[in-house]
Every structure is written in structure tokens, then in C-alpha cells.
Design a protein around this ligand. Structure first.
Ligand code: PLA
Length: 483
């Protein structure tokens, strides 16, 4: 509270309203006796009009999945963006009647026709599941579907060369990995975070600056203390490698470090193999614990092995790490919420004990995970033909995104748009971190009906050859007309 302490008994009604408004804006609950929630009856029969939830303040919308807040006064916008809540969000796009509207906010793959895509191999797997009359809908074990867990670990940890999940990581062969099925990437991060908060001696986690907005909340709510390490350099629109090394060097020994396995969100900037190796050496020398977030395996380069290489480097050295995996993007299973948390340990005995404790995290949280998505994934991963079919469809999605980068870059060059736009083709994965500022983003929304997050991130997966010219026109206008 910023010195606001207006007594209810001695203040005027105007003072009291002001006080209530301040409390509302600052998210504090009503605390005066007159508004005691305990005194408010829950039954409607007494005629009471005060809800027991009257003190609940409206929460800000999610910057990526939420609804746009067009009515916010500018002063509040400034305050919210200062607090790291980008106020421009994407789903309000649905309310926009313009036929030219374009949603480049959320990272969800769209076809050249702008339609969501269900992979053929996924449809086929679902058909097989439907036709299999032996399938039942009983609860899964707390840790999920055994086949799914085994195959997911192989997919990410793999071996030096992965030919249809053949070569196996030594960590898997030695039984040192425990894998539990979780609710997509987010759920895997959350379960891992809860486990670390209970059982790991260091409670500080370093996350890159910037990073996916939900990281701060997932780790903070689990009880970890969240700090950042330098990652992106706006001047070069590339990696601030020296800053990154310096920050990790000065982190306390044993601290947890969140690393994006590939296709860093939102910047699209990844370390090179050589830089990864330097990061690995530094982290191992300081006993920093790697926690990989792998939300885009196969989506970045079109190659599942190449996109897992950073993780495998850390597993090959025999050290420990955590990996959160998501099948939302690479199998297009966004709404199935299917993912896995693997914890690579030193010995099989430790892995067994870790798994027993993961069960204690999961059981009171959601008891056990859902069966359908995991069944689709394991059906595909355990069949050689289906696996290969998947890799082909996955590569086609990645290639389309890469070609959108080239087309957008060419369109801006063609228009003579001021600035160096080569970062569009250099960045990797689903997003381009354009470098457009929040005023330019707002301008593009208002004048061109193009929606993106207010940090200037655009989802390349939402673009098509048909919409590139519209986006290029908008960027050109924004850069030339809005400072
Ligand atoms: N980690 C990173 C780095 C992500 O970008 C996302 C999703 C997740 C984890 C979580 O994915 P999942 O739980 O759906 O498996 N980021 C999206 C969607 C694509 C979102 O914000 O939820 C994004 O638009 O940034």
C-alpha cells in the first residue's frame, strides 16, 4: 500500500470511495467490519445483496490466450506493461469484423489456407484407437501411460543418431531416467517446479530475459525464487552471449537454470552448438541444474534430432537435468494437453526414489493424466511407418514456416522498408521477434487488423503467401509513420 490509510469512521463518502478504488486497483481485499465477508449470508432468503465474493478483483487477461482490453485507459496500459503484462492480446481478434484481420498472436500452426491443421497421422491413430474394441477408459496410473513415457524419453534424449527411435541414450539404458506424463508442456514445467521446490536444496531459478511469459508464474507459484539471466540483445537482435555467461557465472552454485531446448520463445534466437557447449561447461563447473523446456522439438529445423541436440549434450556428459516436453506443436495436439517430464538422474536407484516423490506431487494436483492424447502419441511413436509419416508432416510444417520467413523478408525488401530485416530469416522456430515497439503494434492492430503480442512477437505459423503482402504493408506503414 502506498500510504493510503483512510479510516472508515472519520472519512467522507468520497474518501471511502477513493480508498475502495485504490484497494481494488491494488488487488487488496475489503477489510473493514462493514464489509466483512464472514458476516454476509450465503443464502438469498434474507435479501442480502452482498456477495461473499464482492472483494474479488478482476484479474488482467492473459497476454497470449486472453481477450483484448480495448477500454483500458492509457495510464493503466503503461502501468501494466511496466509490470510486464503485455496488454495487447490476441483472441479479441474474434470480435474484429474486418475480413482482412490476421491473428499472429498465439503460436498455433495454420495451413496456407489459414486453417488449423490436424495431422493425417493423428487422424489415422485416432481411427485405430476408435476401432480397437479392447480399449477401455479406466484411470491411468499416477505417472501416466507407460509406453508413452518410454517413447517420449527416447524421442527427446535419443542417441547420437536417431533412426526411428533406435539408438538409445545411455541414461535410458542405465535406467537413470524417470518420465511422467503431464498436462502438456505447462503441466510438465509445473510438476518439475513443485518437485524442485520440495526436494532440491537450491530454490533460485534463472530464466532467460525475455522468455515465455508463463515461466515466471509457473515457477513463482511453485515457490521458487525467479531471477533472470541476460539472453537477447535488442541492438544486434541476436544472443547476448557474453551477458548470458556473465550472469550464469555469478549465479549461486547449484541454482536451477531454465533453458529453451530450441526455438527460443519469443525471440527465435538460439545459441550455436559451440555456444551450447560453452554454456554446458560453465553450468557443469558451477553445478547449475539445467531445466529444459522443449516445446518445439522438430518444429524449429524440421529435424527431431537436431532440435534435441542441446538436451542431448547435457545428458551425454552423465550429469543430471530435467526436461519438460510438449506434443502441442510438433503433433498439433494443442487441446489434448499431452506432454512429459523427464528427470535424468545419476543412478537408477535415485531415479526410482525421484519417481516415487513425483507421484506425491501429482496425486493431489490432478490425480492422474488424461488417456486420449497420450494414446495417440504412443500409437504413432511405436509404429515405424506412422513415425516416419509423422516426421514428413512435421517437416512440411517447419518448412512452411521457414518459407514464410523468406517471403516476409523479401516483401519488406521489395517495399524498401527502412531497417535491417535479416533477423526474420535468421531467427528460428515459430516466432519472429520483429523489433516493432508497442505503439507500432497498436497501430498495426488499429489500421491493419493485425494482432500480435505487444512485445512485437509474430507467429510465423499464422502467416500464408496470401497474407504476407498485407503484413508487409502494415510493417512498412508502422515503421515509416510511427516512431
Ligand atoms: N513453453 C514454451 C516456451 C511455450 O512457448 C509454450 C507455449 C509452452 C511451454 C506451453 O505449451 P503447452 O502447455 O501448450 O504444451 N506457448 C504458446 C501458447 C504457443 C501459450 O502461450 O500457451 C505461445 O503462444 O507462446
Amino acid at each position: 500500500m502506498h500510504g493510503v490509510n483512510v479510516s472508515q469512521s472519520s472519512s467522507s463518502p468520497a474518501d471511502r470511495r477513493l480508498s475502495a478504488l485504490v484497494r481494488h486497483l491494488e488487488g487488496h481485499s475489503m477489510d473493514s467490519a462493514n464489509h466483512s465477508i464472514a458476516a454476509a449470508p450465503t443464502s438469498g432468503s434474507t435479501g442480502a445483496r452482498i456477495s461473499v465474493f464482492d472483494h474479488v478483483v478482476r484479474a488482467p487477461e492473459d497476454p497470449i490466450l486472453g481477450v483484448i482490453l480495448t477500454h483500458l485507459p492509457c495510464s493503466l496500459c503503461v502501468r501494466l506493461s511496466f509490470l510486464n503484462f503485455p496488454v495487447v492480446v490476441t483472441v479479441a481478434y474474434n470480435k474484429d469484423p474486418s475480413p482482412a484481420k490476421l491473428n499472429l498472436g498465439v503460436g498455433a500452426y495454420r495451413t496456407e489456407e489459414g486453417k488449423p491443421l490436424v495431422l493425417n497421422v493423428v487422424r489415422r491413430a485416432e481411427q485405430m484407437l476408435v476401432n480397437d474394441s479392447s480399449r477401455v477408459k479406466e484411470y491411468l496410473p499416477i505417472v501416466g501411460l507407460a509406453d508413452f513415457n518410454k517413447l517420449s524419453a527416447k524421442l527427446i534424449l535419443g542417441a547420437d543418431r536417431l533412426v526411428y527411435l533406435h539408438g538409445t541414450s545411455p541414461a535410458i539404458q542405465e535406467n537413470r531416467v524417470t518420465t511422467v506424463q503431464c498436462l502438456s508442456g505447462t503441466g510438465s514445467l509445473r510438476v518439475g517446479a513443485e518437485f524442485l521446490a520440495r526436494h532440491y536444496h537450491q530454490h533460485t531459478i534463472y530464466i532467460p530475459l525475455p522468455t515465455w511469459g508463463n515461466h515466471t508464474k509457473v515457477f513463482g507459484l511453485a515457490g521458487l525464487s525467479v531471477k533472470t539471466y541476460r539472453y537477447y540483445d535488442p541492438a544486434t537482435r541476436g544472443l547476448n552471449f557474453e551477458g548470458l555467461l556473465e550472469d550464469l557465472r555469478s549465479a549461486p552454485s547449484g541454482a536451477i537454470v531454465l533453458l529453451h531446448a530450441c526455438a527460443h520463445n519469443p525471440t527465435g534466437v538460439d545459441p550455436t552448438t559451440h555456444q551450447w557447449e560453452q554454456i554446458r561447461q560453465l553450468m557443469r563447473s558451477k553445478a547449475l541444474l539445467p531445466f529444459f523446456d522443449s516445446a518445439y522439438q522438430g518444429f524449429a529445423s524440421g529435424n527431431l534430432d537436431a532440435d534435441a541436440e542441446s538436451v542431448r549434450m547435457f545428458v551425454r556428459d552423465g550429469g543430471e537435468c530435467l526436461v519438460a516436453q510438449s506434443f502441442a506443436k510438433n503433433m498439433g495436439l494443442y487441446g489434448e494437453r499431452v506432454g512429459a517430464l523427464s528427470i535424468v538422474c545419476r543412478t537408477a536407484d535415485v531415479a526410482g526414489r525421484v519417481e516415487s516423490q513425483l507421484k506425491l506431487v501429482i496425486r493431489p494436483m490432478y490425480s492422474n493424466p488424461p488417456i486420449h492424447g497420450a494414446s495417440i502419441v504412443s500409437t504413432i511413436l511405436k509404429d515405424r511407418t506412422m513415425f516416419q509419416e509423422w516426421t514428413i508432416e512435421l517437416k512440411a510444417m517447419a518448412d512452411r514456416i521457414i518459407s514464410m520467413r523468406q517471403q516476409l523478408f523479401d516483401a519488406l525488401r521489395g517495399r524498401g522498408t527502412p531497417g535491417d530485416w535479416s533477423h526474420i530469416i535468421k531467427q528460428i522456430g515459430m516466432f519472429t521477434f520483429t523489433g516493432l515497439n508497442s505503439e507500432q503494434v497498436a497501430f498495426m492492430r488499429k489500421e491493419y487488423h493485425i494482432y500480435m503480442t505487444s512485445d512485437g512477437r509474430i507467429s510465423m505459423a499464422g502467416l500464408s503467401s496470401r497474407t504476407v503482402p498485407h503484413l508487409a504493408d502494415a510493417i512498412h506503414a508502422a515503421v515509416t509513420r510511427v516512431a
